[in-house]
Write a protein that binds this ligand. Sequence first.
Ligand code: ATP
Ligand code: FE
Length: 369
Amino acid sequence: FRVLALESSADDTCAAIVDASRRVWSNVVVSQNKIHRLTGGIQPMVALLAHQRKMPSAVRRALTDAKLEMADIDGVAFTRGPGLPGCLSVCLNAAKTLAAAHNKPLVGVHHMQAHALTPNLTRDTPLPFPYLSLLVSGGHTMIVLVQSHVDFRVLCNTVDRSIGSTIDRVVTLLDIPWAANGPGPGLEKFCATSAAEDSDASKYDPPIPMPGKLAFSYAGLHSWVERTVAAAGGLEHINKLAVARAFQTAAFKQLQVKLQLVLRTHGHAVRHVVVSGGVASNAELRHRLKTSIRGPIEFVFPEPALCTGMLLDFVLSTPSISPPIDNAAMIAWASMHRFLAEDHDDYDIDPVPTWSLDDLRNPPPPKVQ
Ligand code: ATP
Ligand code: FE
């Protein structure tokens, strides 16, 4: 069974073809990083227009790369939510129209479910359920118990903003240069420079919020950076490396501490912790988790390069950078069990911009504005 999947929930326009035997026929990612670098972050309207502009060529490219045509496709999948409403409408409408025109079955996918199931696309041996998934991305910071393809329990969630969006804001606040693949990798590179060794990050020690509670919070850490800069009288008066390093350490330490808390109650039931989402590509985070949490738990970090995403906007200028984590191959893979069970969606399906993994089977009805 061969699925063409489309994804446009945030800032990448993606199309991919994957089959039930886990072969990735093509995986196209058109990154909007260049555009959003100019505006200092994702502007919903700018992102929507870019998706509208790029989706048709992404679809064409996915078919051409795979040397396939629509007649060779058995089903069409798309990201139904959560995400920016306008952005979601692009992959939703493109997928619905393609499926209807070619008389193919249609499946809408939960973006975070796709992140959580990605390891079973990339690993040779599938992960046994249940496992824990630490999702750390631009929109989410949560620990989820994955009991099956469709049974998820959110055990720890953020009460305010996500770690990724906090990283992006702090990069802007501290005026840290972006890397070619975005602000997060820019922070990682900045903190890893050799001068960081003597940057004296240890003199700052922002507290871990809500100790003992199963909840993340990143608003306080963001305002800690703001206060530190303001108290010193501006950016030019602080040791930027020290502050950036202290911020990064505190952000990751919080993930570690809350994960340890979850493992106290669920550690006996699970053998694997999957760390996914854009922030999971940070080597410092990987190192911290692997060295601080030992025992029978094995960490699984899905390949950042999840196969062979083609970055159309980047291939010409910077061919060596690793592709981003968001892609449509994971959406195709997350839809597969439903296609195989012939559990399809109607062509008049609505997007679900706000959608908890706990409500996967019963998404909330669309809000009438
Ligand atoms: P979501 O998946 O929740 O809808 P998203 O698609 O925006 O959100 P991802 O693409 O999974 O999220 O992740 C993007 C986030 O990851 C950004 O905030 C980015 O700065 C951060 N990020 C990417 N690489 C790194 C890195 N090496 N270190 C730290 N943060 C990173
Ligand atoms: Fe994502």
